[in-house]
Design a protein. Sequence first.
Length: 538
Amino acid sequence: MTGHLDFDAQHYPYASRRNVVYGRRGMVATSQPLAAQAGLQVLQAGGNAIDAAIATAAALTVVEPTANGIGGDAFALIWHGGQLHGLNASGPAPRGLTLDRLTAQGWTDMPKYGALPVTVPGTPAAWAAMAARFGRLPLTTSMAGAIELAQQGFPVSPTVAFAWQQATRIFREQCQGTQFQHWFNTFAPQQPPQAGELRRLPDHARTLQSIAETQADSFYRGTLAEQTAAFVQSAGGCLTVEDLAGFAVDWCAPISANYRGYDVWEIPPNGQGLVALLALKILQGFEFHERDTLLTYHRQIEAIKLAFADGLAHIADPAHMRISVQDLLSDAYADERRRQIGTTALDPLPGEPPRGGTVYLSTADDQGNMVSMIQSNYMGFGSGLVVPGTGIALHNRGNNFSLNSAHPNCVAPGKRPYHTIIPGFLTRNGQPVGPFGVMGGFMQPQGHVQVVMNTIDFGLNPQAALDAPRWEWERDKRVQMEHSTPAHLFHGLAGMGHDVAWSNNRQAFGRGQIIWRNAQGVLCGGTEPRADGAVAAW
């Protein structure tokens, strides 16, 4: 008779602590241990940090489908050949998606679910482009681990199980209609999984194999493209085979702001990394000596509010922006915004940002290559649509478009929406310090600011920088606080006019990873305690 232990994988009654992880030959840090191991195996098989990032990213679509998938978007910052390269693999709106079409159907805001918010997915093209430009291995090798996990099955990790169950409840309530049945057939044929339960995704495995064998060509110009376009159109959407075939990634120049001698790098718009840089430019003019003081928290929150007010007003597809990134990041403008921060909470009225679902990973090797990569289906599983027989869960990134014709982010054919996913990277004096990121919708620039300040202002190691209590500004003067935040800060912020509230939702505060390299080339990594995170080191 086989015995077993009966315990709750979601229950942790005692405070825990993780140490930083050191490695010399390579490192992968991400939110799911099996995905981190897939990346490490590729490093050990002769791949570089770019191959490892692809391996990890592909595996995450399998083992953490609650936040990303084959049908989503991806961004990356890649240190290779002594310089930093930016990759924007966010897809545009279909050519048939117009403001007139949406308003004629009675929409006053972009829908969350279904076919209308589905834009061209960019993730498979990101993998192929990274491998072709910087990788050592073919996709058939780097993606083999992900394919095996999907074919043979994987035990669902605790945080993923919780998010899977939550998404199933939401979709049962909000996603009615035959077009959504394929999601349930794929991910919840009976019930969503419990932690530790084995799940197989055979359709997903076949699609990953096809992408690997064709360098993603089948996804954009082959049978998978035809299946995807036909299904989206049958569900009332606009995506066509021409939209898919016309997609190409954008190798872009990263943008940066200097913060106390370090250069903090982000992907330019349509990404929201600009918000983090705007906030850091404002905060640069203050002196910070201690982390857990009322003035530190107040100034951080006020700077984020001002940065979001600008970001939400101006960030869009670069071809449609009316104010340049350079103007927004000017010292004079930062000084002007900083002067607005006083001793009471401001109310910049930037609107109410929704939450999202995303995965982030960092990789590094012993040749000096480093990758900061993020990919997402948005809002968890995304649109609620899965292309039948493929395992392709389609994102709902188009939900970020505005339907205000006067706004630079207004929906238009072939236009990329305001995008929440942002990888980060840190350099000093032209040399790489390393990749970092904090995933989680509109929490991401807020997490970047807090992690950068924890590192530079307060001298915390990578793990402690991620462990530290976080806050999230939501809208108006409303700020959510983690329960681990000292109570005197909570009450003090309330006294300064902030509308503060405790939050029990640890996932709301983002999930980050960090890898720093020291002068000897030794890698030091930290991983998110609010997720199933792991650092795999060699």
